[in-house]
Write a protein that binds this ligand. Structure first.
Ligand code: SF4
Length: 227
């Protein structure tokens, strides 16, 4: 195994502190199966997890698995998820996704990155969420708006696109940490390192953060609108 660089060791030290600060970090999308997590993750694009958690109980009560959702009328799914932005497009997407699961995988969610990203509406980020949370398999790092902003602010990458940021994080951190890395950065981003006014004064990793005390305009960029 390759010896971690000094930079990687420093980043891992900061991550250990963040983990201690947010021991409760976890995926906040409510789900009872890999199928439900996959659908909830697709629905969470451009929405927040709380609103998704408001609509998924009704959706999954009516359509508990891929076979049921694959046969759904789009108008009914639209009614059930109408609180979400882009609910019409998302209804179409999740029905298409369910049909893909039925046609290609017998209604089951495949536990492989390659198979997941071949499904309609499933990108690398969604696939990484499902693999890490539902299957305990780390194939990559989930890079959302918080992970993107914090990775830049903490000096772990100068990249600005999710793909290159993910590769940079995969080089800095051990594979077994990839899943928790995302959850922990997301919690720190929601609680402390806000996009507009990061709370550097009370932040537990300020001593190792190169962006501490700088204006928000200098520390982290708005991510592109992709999921
Ligand atoms: S010191 Fe400030 S910019 Fe750095 S991680 Fe903490 S809140 Fe974010």
């Amino acid at each position: 195994m390759k010896k971690p660089t000094k930079r990687a060791l420093a980043a891992r030290g900061t991550f250990a502190t963040l983990r201690a600060l947010h021991p409760d970090a976890h995926c906040e999308l409510d789900h009872a199966s890999a199928f439900q997590l996959l659908v909830a993750t697709v629905l969470s694009a451009q929405s927040n997890d709380k609103i998704v958690n408001l609509v998924t109980p009704g959706l999954f009560a009516r359509y508990p698995d891929a076979r049921a959702l694959a046969a759904a009328a789009q108008s009914d799914v639209e009614r059930l998820i109408g609180k979400l932005g882009m609910f019409r497009q998302k209804s179409k997407n999740v029905i298409g996704l369910a049909r893909g699961l039925v046609e290609r995988h017998g209604g089951e969610v495949p536990a492989s990155l390659d198979a997941l990203i071949m499904l309609p509406g499933v990108g690398r980020k969604t696939a990484n969420v499902v693999l890490g949370v539902a299957f305990g398999r780390s194939e990559g790092v989930v890079v959302d708006t918080h992970v993107q902003r914090l990775s830049q602010r903490l000096g772990w990458t100068k990249e600005t696109e999710p793909g290159p940021i993910e590769r940079a994080l995969m080089q800095l951190f051990a594979r077994e940490d990839w899943d928790m890395l995302s959850h922990t950065l997301i919690f720190h981003g929601r609680r402390v390192c806000f996009a507009k006014k990061p709370m550097c004064v009370t932040c537990g990793v300020a001593s190792s953060c190169p962006s501490a005390g700088q204006g928000a305009e200098h520390v982290g960029r708005k991510p592109p609108r992709s999921r």
